[in-house]
Design a protein around this ligand. Sequence first.
Ligand code: DQA
Length: 149
Amino acid sequence: MRNRVAVLHGVNLDMLGRRDPGHYGSLSLSELEVQVHRFARELGLEPRFFQTNHEGEFCSELHAVADYADALLLNPGAWTHYSWAIRDALEVSGLPAVEVHLSAVDEREEWRRVSVIRELCLATVQGKGVEGYRDALGLAHEHLAKAAR
Ligand code: DQA
């Protein structure tokens, strides 16, 4: 089974630990990545992490990601809600993707309820904090296992 999963974080996710803990918890991004790495290994998945605050860099990463990954978890932060460029770059990647948000975006402000990437994703996991990444990895694993049959 193909087992390489890229975990891509977008704008302001490097500020985890300094953002509202009520929405985002208290882990820093590197602490979150340690946990997500552990969740992935428990499922036999090989994770690789990326974060940027630059939209074009996020798009370039999506252009290249199929060279090193078989599936994607992506949390583009606020870009989720309006970046058609990221939506198009995700389509270029051609990879199965799960949209992840730490907070419950569908229960927050009106503008956060819009996701321009959702239609391209296998599923969206939101409002479960770091545990949501475990669920998202489970969904990616299920998809890769089915594809291998
Ligand atoms: C977020 C939700 C977005 O609305 C917000 O802009 C973020 C983080 C989340 O993980 O809950 O930066 O994607």
